[in-house]
Design a protein around this ligand. Sequence first.
Ligand code: AR6
Length: 168
Amino acid sequence: MPTIQLIKGDITKQAVDAIVNAANTSLLGGGGVDGAIHRAAGPELGFECRMLHGCKTGDAKLTKGYRLPAKYIIHAVGPVWRGGHQGEAELLASCYRRAIEIASENNLTSLAFPNISTGIYGYPKDKAAAVAITTIQQCLEQPTSVQTIFFVCFEVDNFDLYEQRLQQ
Ligand code: AR6
């Protein structure tokens, strides 16, 4: 049975098969966790990302992890929160599903997610936690190579929200 684990910390430090990035449609880097991942992985990551020609919102693309302890990075593009009636929940769920699909296609077993869209993109943290946990639980009911999911929360409020929901 695949397991879900909760971590309070920095996703760039996680030694897993792949960490997921909360990227933007350009895939050329930015602030938040995206900036931290690009800094930690080194400039080679930027070179590979430039070859990918961007990524649609709700989708994801794989690169190598370069100087990270993680072997790969799955760059997922979450939605900007615009009040909740612009398909945000479906787009956010799609990021988590696509990341699991890409991990399975590459036979990866351990995957770490940040709290996609809950920083600069403004998605309410409680709503995002509900989408993330429900979607991941649904994905893990299907056949997949992924055996361990880590939710890596950088902020204590996100950590507390996940802890409450995962205990239910
Ligand atoms: N490890 C884990 N989580 C982190 C880290 C870290 N090192 N640093 C920040 N977070 P954000 P978004 C958390 O803003 O809302 C970028 O400019 C952070 O506390 O990084 O999806 C991209 O290029 C928050 O909970 O991503 C896009 O333009 C979560 O990561 C845009 O931001 C996501 O916050 C994407 O916005």
